[in-house]
Design a binder for this molecule. Structure first.
Ligand SMILES: Cc1cc2nc3c(=O)[nH]c(=O)nc-3n(C[C@H](O)[C@H](O)[C@H](O)COP(=O)(O)OP(=O)(O)OC[C@H]3O[C@@H](n4cnc5c(N)ncnc54)[C@H](O)[C@@H]3O)c2cc1C
Length: 482
C-alpha cells in the first residue's frame, strides 16, 4: 500500500520518525506543501526561506536515492492543506498520511483539520514527535502539571531522558521504485536573494559537519567561550535545527556517546550545551500547554498592562543599528548581514529594546522572526518574554543589563564591534564601548538614543507600579530621542 509522508519542519531523512514508520508500513510517496502566504503571515525571513528552499532541493536528491517520489505542491495558506493533501492521497490511493508534529497554534489547527478529512475518507493518520527529545506532557511536576521553572524542568527532563528519551530512528534503505516521477518545479519559481548560501549552506551533511566540528573543537570550552561573540564558541546549529535538517535527538545522542566523563572541562562544556538544548525543549513543551503564547499574549497576564511604547522612530533606530550604543548597533548589523545573532547579543539587544527604550517586546519578537535565519516561534517568543520579564522563569524586572558593561565584559577588545561597525575601527579597546562626544562627531556615529541609568530606573518603577494606573504617565518623561 502507498503511504504518504508529509514533510514540514523535519527536512531530513535520517532520524525522521514519521519517514521511518511510513517506510515500515508500505511504499512511500512524499509531499511538501509550499505555503508562501502563511510564511508572510508568520513573518518567515528571507534568509530562512532561502535555507528551506535549498534544503528541499537536497532532500529531493536524497529521496530520489531511496526511490521515494517527492512532490512539492502549492498551498498558499494552512487552511488549504487538508484539501490539497486529501486530493493527492485519493489520486494515489494512499492508505495513510505520516507526519511529525508541530506545536504552534495555527499548525495544530491545520493538523486537526487534515486528520478529520483523512478520517472522513477512511484513511489513517500517524503523527510523531521529532523536534522534542521527550514528547510534551511527559515531563511533569509532582502535581502532574507542566513545569514553569527551567531548573526543575531540566532535572526532571534529564532523569526521564534515560528511560523515555526518543531513540534515533533507523536509517532508511531504498524501497522498490514506483512508476511515477518527482515534481518539485514549483521551488524554482520562488525568487530569492542568493547571498544567504555563503553564510548558511544547506544539507543534512552541512549540519552534521557543523556538529562534528563543534564537538571536536569547541564543546570542551563551551562554558568558557559561549558568551563571547568574537569567538567561534557556539555551534551555529540553530538554523539547521529550525528547519529540521538535524534533530536535537541527534545532537544529544552524539555528545552523550562522545563525552569523556573523566575530563572535568569536557563535562562542564557538555552539560552546559545540553542545558541549551533543554531550554529549547522547555519552550516547546510550554507552548503546548499555553497556546495564548501564540496569540501575542505574555505568559504573565498582568504585564499586558505595562504602558509599552510604540515609537516607530526609536524602533527603527534600533532595527538599523543606530542607537549610539556600539554593542547594540553591531549586533543588529550582524543580524541584518548574516540572518543570525549570537545568543549573548540577543539578550543584550532585546533587554535594551524592552527596558531602556520600553518598546513593546512584540515588536522586537516580530522583527527577529522577519530577519533570523533560525526564526523559531517557541525559542524566539521564550527569549523575548525572558528579556521583557513578561515570561515564564524570565529575567527579574529589576536586573537590567547595562549594554556598555556587557560590551566591556564580553567583547573586551572590541573585536566583534569592529567587525560590524567599520566606522569605529580607529577606536581603542577602552573607547570602543562608549565613544566620547568628540569621537562621535568626528566619526559620524549616532549620539546615544537614551540615558541608560534614567531609563532603567523608570522601567523598574513601571514594573513595580504595574497595578497603579496613575504611574503610567511616568513613562512620558523618559529621555528617548531618535
Ligand atoms: C530574544 C531572543 C530571541 C531568540 N530567538 C531564537 C530563535 O528564533 N530561534 C532559535 O533557535 N533560538 C533563538 N534564541 C535562542 C538562542 O539565542 C539561539 O538558539 C542561539 O543563539 C543559536 O546559536 P547556536 O546554534 O550557536 O547555539 P548553541 O549555543 O550552540 O546552542 C545549541 C542549540 O541550543 C538551542 N538553544 C541555545 N540557547 C537557547 C535558548 N536561550 N533558548 C532556546 N534554545 C536555545 C538552539 O537550538 C541552539 O542551536 C533566542 C534568544 C533570545 C534571547
Amino acid at each position: 500500500m502507498i503511504q504518504l509522508m508529509w514533510f514540514r519542519n523535519d527536512l531530513r531523512i535520517h532520524d525522521n520518525p514519521a519517514l521511518a514508520e511510513a517506510m515500515k508500513s508500505g511504499t512511500v510517496v512524499a509531499i511538501y506543501l509550499l505555503a508562501e502566504g502563511q510564511w508572510d503571515n508568520h513573518c518567515v525571513s528571507e534568509a530562512k526561506r532561502s535555507l528551506i528552499v535549498r534544503q528541499l532541493h537536497t532532500l529531493a536528491e536524497q529521496l530520489n536515492n531511496l526511490n521515494i517520489p517527492f512532490f512539492v505542491k502549492q498551498c498558499e495558506f494552512f487552511d488549504e492543506s487538508s484539501k490539497v493533501l486529501i486530493d493527492f492521497a485519493l489520486d494515489l490511493k494512499a492508505e495513510s498520511v505520516f507526519f511529525n508534529q508541530e506545536y504552534e497554534l495555527n499548525e495544530s489547527v491545520r493538523d486537526k483539520q487534515v486528520s478529520k478529512h483523512f478520517m472522513i475518507h477512511g484513511k489513517k493518520v500517524f503523527s510523531y514527535h521529532d523536534s522534542c527529545m521527550i514528547p510534551p506532557g511527559q515531563v511533569l511536576n509532582k502535581s502532574n502539571q507542566p513545569y514553569k521553572v527551567f531548573t526543575p524542568f531540566k532535572q526532571a527532563f534529564l532523569y526521564e531522558y534515560y528511560d523515555q528519551g526518543r531513540p534515533l530512528s533507523p536509517v532508511p534503505s531504498p524501497q522498490r521504485s514506483l512508476p511515477m516521477s518527482s515534481s518539485i518545479e514549483l521551488l524554482s519559481e520562488i525568487k530569492l536573494n542568493n547571498t544567504w548560501d555563503k553564510y548558511w549552506p544547506c544539507g543534512e551533511n552541512e549540519a552534521h559537519e557543523r556538529l562534528d566540528r563543534f564537538v571536536e573543537t569547541s564543546l570542551s570550552r563551551y562554558h568558557k567561550d559561549r558568551d563571547f561573540p568574537a569567538l567561534p564558541g557556539t555551534s551555529t546549529l540553530s538554523p539547521y535545527l529550525s528547519i529540521g535538517a538535524i534533530s536535537t535527538t541527534q545532537c544529544m545522542r552524539t555528545i552523550m556517546s562522545r563525552s569523556d566523563s573523566k575530563v572535568e572541562s569536557i563535562c562542564k562544556g557538555t552539560s552546559d550545551w545540553m542545558g541549551e538544548l533543554i531550554w529549547r525543549e522547555f519552550y516547546r513543551h510550554l507552548l503546548v500547554f499555553n497556546h495564548q503564547l501564540c496569540m501575542h499574549k505574555p505568559f504573565k497576564p498582568e504585564t499586558d498592562n505595562l504602558p509599552w511604547k510604540h515609537n516607530t522612530k526609536v524602533f527603527e533606530a534600533w532595527c538599523e543599528g543606530r542607537t549610539g550604543f556600539p554593542i547594540v548597533d553591531a549586533a543588529m548589523r550582524q543580524l541584518k548581514t548574516t540572518g543570525w545573532m549570537h545568543n549573548r547579543l540577543r539578550m543584550i539587544v532585546s533587554m535594551f529594546l524592552t527596558k531602556n527604550l520600553f518598546i513593546d517586546w512584540r515588536w522586537g519578537e516580530q522583527y527577529f522572526m522577519a530577519n533570523l535565519v533560525d526564526g523559531d516561534f517557541a525559542s524566539n517568543n521564550g527569549g523575548w518574554q525572558w528579556s521583557a520579564s513578561t515570561g515564564v522563569d524570565a529575567a527579574p524586572y529589576f536586573r537590567i543589563f547595562n549594554p556598555i558593561r556587557q560590551s566591556q565584559k564580553f567583547d573586551p577588545d572590541g573585536k566583534f564591534i569592529k567587525a560590524f561597525l567599520p566606522e569605529l575601527r580607529s577606536l581603542d579597546s577602552k573607547d570602543i564601548h562608549e565613544p566620547t562626544s568628540f569621537q562621535i562627531r568626528a566619526l559620524n556615529y549616532p549620539e546615544p538614543i537614551v540615558h541608560l541609568a534614567d531609563s532603567a530606573k523608570r522601567a523598574k518603577h513601571l514594573f513595580r507600579s504595574l497595578n497603579n494606573h496613575n504611574e503610567s504617565s511616568f513613562l512620558d518623561e523618559v529621555d528617548i530621542s531618535a
